[in-house]
Write a protein that binds this ligand. Sequence first.
Ligand code: COI
Length: 355
Amino acid sequence: MEISITRTTTPKAKPEKGAALGFGKIFTDHMFVMDYCPEKGWHDARIVPYAPLMMDPASMVLHYGQAIFEGMKAYKTKEGKILLFRPDKNMARTNSSNDRLCIPKIDEEFCTKALCELIKVDQDWIPQEKDTALYIRPFIIATDVHLGVKPSQTYKYIIILSPVGSYYPEGINPVKIYVEDNYVRAVKGGMGHTKTAGNYAASIKAQEVAQEKGYTQVLWLDGVERKYVEEVGTMNVFFVIDGKVVTPALEGSLLPGVTRDSVIQILKYWGVPCEERRLSIQELYEANDAGKLDEAFGTGTAAVISPIGELNWEGKIATINGGKTGPIAERLYNSITDIQNGRAEDVLGWTYEVK
Ligand code: COI
């Protein structure tokens, strides 16, 4: 499929060098769009000026949330090369989410090419200061004009780009996390393993309540027994207990994060033991009482590695590593961001050059 390119005639001012970018507030000049209908499949691939979408108010996505998205980042190296990080994993996860949401599959190779073309058009928007990147948000929405509940017949696949800094205002400094014991995010058999809008809609009430109490995010427990740790707000979660790294196993209700997988593989490469298993909140608190909860951190594309300095579970406060960033979290952050930005040798073959 050909990709047509229409360039904007009114380019926007780019952020000043060194300006605080925040997360997801600024958008580049162009976006990629393609449409789906049963007769033509995915078609009409185009890069067009970034603009609002015209939508019928009865579009199905607005009512039933048949939507999926991804999060990726592009980096510009000192030498001016543009790198993506494991885009194949995001493309594969798009199709896994599509399958659960009854959305037609995308051609992963074609969509990677489309993404590269879009990034090339907007490459001057890639920030180069430390801890910044061009965040990539591909998403698919159901566009049938219909109020019955059924899979839509038509869709739009869109990619937008946003120069970003740290996801949390804390940056690489530890965040305080509230252990959620009232609301649940997902259960096995639901959509927790997909990147669908509804999972995030389900999470925002808990996040709001936690923030009112002075916490940045929540740590979700399993939706059945409220006993086992699952993930943190917008990240997967890891703990270092008595020198061993532990992360909840993927059992259907949590997101198979690309950064999560990368952390597990890097730890293996370093020879640091990492277990994927069920982990109860009780076990964590007991480890903390015994002085064996060495570190905790979240992982995600947006947040990269986000150390956790404090947990609050039913009013019991666990301060982790004295509320400071631990050595494993710091080493992982440096190692991953160095590979992503082309500052370190890509020993695991994860970077993908946009050409
Ligand atoms: C990401 O880490 O890329 C995400 O998609 C999380 C997000 C909801 C900001």
